[in-house]
Design a protein around this ligand. Structure first.
Ligand SMILES: *Cc1c(COP(=O)(O)O)cnc(C)c1O
Length: 428
């Protein structure tokens, strides 16, 4: 794989290097200029998830990992299913929440952890990542017990659902959680500052595990293939994907899948009130507003850090600009969409509901819609119960975590304070 820093064309690395570094110089994202089409998409769609994903990822990554290793990584990481649930005549939900932390981020998180553990060969590494909810849990669980890799997770205090918080803040050993009294964008800024600080970056061998890491994106490409594989054959060419978006890693992965030749007709970028992208697609003006808190809090992001990759895909002619529309769904319509789904016999949660609403609004005659179910409804138990007026049971991973005490430490929204904490805790 030849990955180019989108802020500095001279900074070019292979897959392993990009996984280890996360971000390049000037905080630039690594990305591939061109994705070669897969030749045998129809045949691939006949294969089971793990086998197909091994082929897709080996096409993307090439021979940089020793033979057999990639296959092993994929089968360890993708240890759960992604069923396509039929919700109405022409709409399906791709359920991405059957992994250990009940959110789609398990795909990227587990694949990345396996890649890094194998690539680093015992070298000491510190993962520093900011989470607005589900990344933290997925990353914490994916790396838990890999002893040469320490994990520091920053999260906005009080802005993550209590159950979600339990899923990442209750792990001990190599997992350290830090609450910051500010919003997610502020947490993300602290992470970026740390990566610009040589003392911390080099001293602690920093690596970022949020959706800017290329390995996470590549893993996510695989479930788009899984969705199309499960569609009836005569519906495959008409599929429109609605992606509930925050940092836009999920949508980037979908667009890579399309670049590889997967038949996806078009995409809808669905956001909550943090609608920088839908407004940009309408007006051409990039005008991030202050982040606002919503029910779909994993999407409370007003400066989505994967957007430059989507721009690059469009600029390089990998996907057409016309194949992407946006839609903002406010809190009232999010609740209405959850109730509508309930009336169809399908219990969902706010993130997926945002995508469902955007999809049912924009789906045209002759198209088939797939919205991504990014989290298990029980992860947002309080909200879902309030909106739907019906009690939810906790699946086992959540019930177990909810009984443990939080181990999170609170640190001010100040880089020097965070630096002192990290050097004391992890410096040798
Ligand atoms: C992270 C997350 C999203 C947003 O995904 P991005 O790749 O950041 O756009 C949507 N829904 C849920 C439940 C999430 O955890």
């Amino acid at each position: 794989m030849n990955l180019v820093n989108l802020k500095d064309n001279d900074d070019q690395v292979g897959f392993a290097e990009a996984v280890k570094k996360g971000l390049g110089k000037h905080q630039g994202l690594y990305f591939q200029k061109e994705f070669a089409q897969l030749e045998d998409v129809d045949a691939l769609l006949e294969l089971p998830l793990v086998e197909r994903s091994q082929r897709v990822l080996s096409h993307l990554i090439g021979d940089e990992l020793p033979e057999g290793l990639l296959d092993e990584i994929v089968s360890t990481a993708f240890s759960f299913e992604a069923p396509l649930a039929k919700v109405s005549d022409d709409i399906y939900c791709l359920e991405l929440f059957h992994g250990p932390t009940l959110a789609f981020k398990d795909f990227g998180g587990r694949f990345m952890a396996q890649c890094l553990a194998n690539i680093s060969e015992g070298q000491k590494i510190t993962i520093l990542t900011a989470t607005s909810g589900d990344t933290g849990a997925a990353v914490a669980h994916a790396f838990y017990g890999i002893d040469n890799i320490q994990v520091v997770i920053l999260f906005p205090e009080g802005k993550v659902s209590p159950l979600q918080e339990k899923l990442f803040s209750t792990l001990d050993r190599n997992i350290h959680t830090v609450s910051i009294n500010a919003d997610f964008d502020a947490c993300q800024k602290l992470v970026k500052t740390a990566f610009d600080d040589p003392e911390v970056r080099d001293g602690l061998h920093l690596n970022s595990a949020n959706s800017i890491n290329i390995s996470r994106l590549l893993a996510q490409v695989c479930y788009y293939f899984e969705a199309v594989a499960q569609l009836p054959k005569d519906e495959r060419e008409k599929a429109v994907f609605a992606v509930p978006s925050g940092n836009f890693g999920n949508l980037t992965a979908g667009m890579i899948a399309k670049s590889l030749g997967l038949p996806i007709k078009r995409f809808i970028a669905a956001t909550n009130a943090n609608d920088t992208v839908p407004r940009y697609l309408q007006t051409g003006e990039w005008e991030p507003a202050p982040t606002v808190a919503t029910m779909s809090n994993a999407m409370d992001v007003s400066q989505p850090n994967n957007w430059p990759r989507i721009e690059a895909l469009v600029e390089n002619g990998q996907v057409d600009k016309e194949d992407l529309t946006g839609e903002m769904v406010d809190e009232e319509y999010t609740s209405l969409a959850m109730k509508k789904l309930q009336s169809l016999g399908y219990i969902s949660e706010p993130h997926a509901a945002v995508a469902y609403r955007a999809l049912s609004n924009q789906l045209e005659e002759g198209e088939v819609g797939v919205f991504l179910g990014t989290a298990h409804p029980a992860k947002f138990k309080e909200t879902v119960e309030t909106v739907l007026g019906q009690p939810l049971n906790l699946p086992k991973p959540l019930a177990d975590a909810s009984n443990k005490p939080s181990l999170a430490v609170s640190v001010e929204n100040d880089y020097e304070a965070l630096k002192a904490f990290m050097l004391e805790k992890l410096g040798s």
